[in-house]
Design a binder for this molecule. Structure first.
Ligand SMILES: [Zn+2]
Length: 354
C-alpha cells in the first residue's frame, strides 16, 4: 500500500486506448476538457463572435466564456498538440470530463491520445440539464443507470471506447429533477462498475451538501465522489471542512486562473498560491488524501495554442508553488499523482442491480 492508501500493484485505469495498470501512470490532470462545446446546443450553428487573435486574447480570456469561439474546441489535432505539450511538462494522463451535452467525442479523444502518446480518460454521464436533449431529460433512473453502466463497460455514444469516470455530472441550483435522477443513476452505476463519480455543483453554497445528500441516499461510496469547483463555491474556504466531514473528495480546479474576477458571478477568486495555502492547511488537519487539483480548461485562451497556460501548468509550475506553500515532496506526489490515481483505479463492484 502507498501512503495514499491504495494498492499500487493492483488495479487498472480505463483509458480511451484500453485499460492501463495504475502503476504505469504518472502525473494526472484529473478535471479537464480536451474536446468540448460549451455553447448551448441550440446556438451552436449560429456563432458569429470574433475569432481569437493576439490582440484580443487577453480581453476574451478575462471575460472567459462570453466569446463563444472561446467556449469550444472540437479539433482532435489541436488536442494532440496540447497533449504533446502536456507530456513535455511531465504529465502522463488527462481526464476529459466532457459528459453528454458538451459535444463529447470519444473517437476524437482516442485519435489525439494516440497521436500524442498520452493517456486520456473519457467520461460517462450527463452535464447540466440545459445542455441535454428532450429524450435524455425524460429518462428515468433505471434507464440512466443502464446508460452510464454501458458507457463504462461497453462504449460511449455508439463507439467501443469506454469511459473511466462518471462525470462531471452537471447540476444546476436548485437541482433540476432530471439532474437528481442523473445523480442517483451515477451512484448506482458507480457501485456496479467501480468507476468514481465527479459532480459539478450549481453556483450556490448549499449545492455541494444537497448533492452529497442525494448521493448518500442512493448508496454511493462517498470516498469515490469528487465535488468540483471549490475555488468558486467556497472562495474563502469556509465550508470546505464541513464538506470534507461528509467523506467526499474536494477539488480545486481553477489552477492557472490567476485573476480575482469571476466571469460567472459576484465572486472573488483565489490565486494559485491562495489555493495551495488552504490545501496545505487541510493537509495539516489530516484531509490530504481527499484533495484533488486540476485546471478544468474549457476555453481556448487557456490552451498553449492561444497563449494560455495549457494542461501542463500544474506539472510545470505546480511543484515550485506547492513548495512555497509549504507542501512536502510526498504531499506534492499525492496531489499530482496518488489522489487522482486512487480515484481513477476501478474499484470492485459492490452491489448488483435489482
Ligand atoms: Zn469541467
Amino acid at each position: 500500500m502507498t501512503s495514499a492508501g491504495f494498492p499500487d500493484s493492483l488495479g487498472v485505469v480505463r483509458t480511451v486506448r484500453g485499460d492501463v495498470p495504475a502503476a504505469e501512470i504518472g502525473r494526472i490532470a484529473f478535471h479537464e476538457h480536451l474536446l468540448f462545446d460549451l455553447v448551448l446546443p441550440e446556438d451552436r450553428d449560429s456563432v458569429t463572435d470574433a475569432p481569437i487573435t493576439a490582440q484580443n486574447r487577453w480581453q476574451i480570456d478575462y471575460r472567459s466564456n462570453e466569446n463563444r469561439n472561446n467556449a469550444r474546441q472540437r479539433d482532435p489535432e489541436v488536442t494532440a498538440g496540447e497533449l504533446r505539450q502536456f507530456a513535455a511538462d511531465g504529465g502522463s494522463l488527462v481526464v476529459d470530463q466532457s459528459t453528454q451535452g458538451l459535444a463529447r467525442n470519444a473517437p476524437g479523444l482516442q485519435v489525439a491520445a494516440e497521436a500524442a502518446d498520452v493517456h486520456v480518460v473519457a467520461a460517462a454521464g450527463t452535464y447540466v440539464v440545459d445542455y441535454l436533449d428532450a429524450e435524455t431529460r425524460a429518462l428515468d433512473v433505471a434507464a440512466l443507470t443502464a446508460r452510464f453502466v454501458a458507457e463504462v463497460e461497453t462504449g460511449l455514444d455508439g463507439s467501443d471506447i469506454r469511459a473511466g469516470l462518471i462525470g462531471e455530472i452537471g447540476t444546476s441550483w436548485p437541482i433540476d429533477p432530471a439532474e437528481k435522477r442523473a445523480l442517483i443513476a451515477a451512484a448506482r452505476a458507480s457501485r456496479l462498475t467501480g468507476a468514481a463519480i465527479s459532480v459539478h455543483p450549481g453556483r450556490h453554497r448549499d449545492a455541494p451538501f444537497a448533492i452529497v445528500d442525494i448521493l448518500r441516499a442512493a448508496g454511493a461510496a462517498l470516498d469515490r465522489v469528487v465535488i468540483c469547483h471549490m475555488d468558486r463555491t467556497y472562495p474563502d474556504g469556509d465550508r470546505v471542512r464541513e464538506l470534507l466531514a461528509t467523506g467526499v473528495n474536494v477539488e480545486w480546479d481553477f489552477f492557472g486562473v490567476e485573476t480575482s474576477h469571476y466571469w460567472f458571478g459576484e465572486i472573488e477568486l483565489p490565486t494559485d498560491l491562495q489555493r495551495l495555502k488552504l490545501i496545505k492547511a487541510l493537509f495539516d488537519e489530516g484531509f490530504g488524501g481527499r484533495i484533488v487539483v486540476s485546471h478544468d480548461i474549457c476555453t481556448c485562451t487557456r490552451m498553449t495554442r492561444w497563449g494560455g497556460h495549457g494542461y501542463g501548468h500544474l506539472m510545470r509550475n505546480g511543484p515550485a508553488l506547492m513548495q512555497r506553500a509549504g507542501l512536502s515532496d510526498e504531499q506534492i506526489t499525492q496531489l499530482l499523482r496518488l489522489n487522482p490515481l486512487r480515484l481513477l483505479t476501478l474499484a470492485a463492484p459492490t452491489f448488483n442491480q435489482d
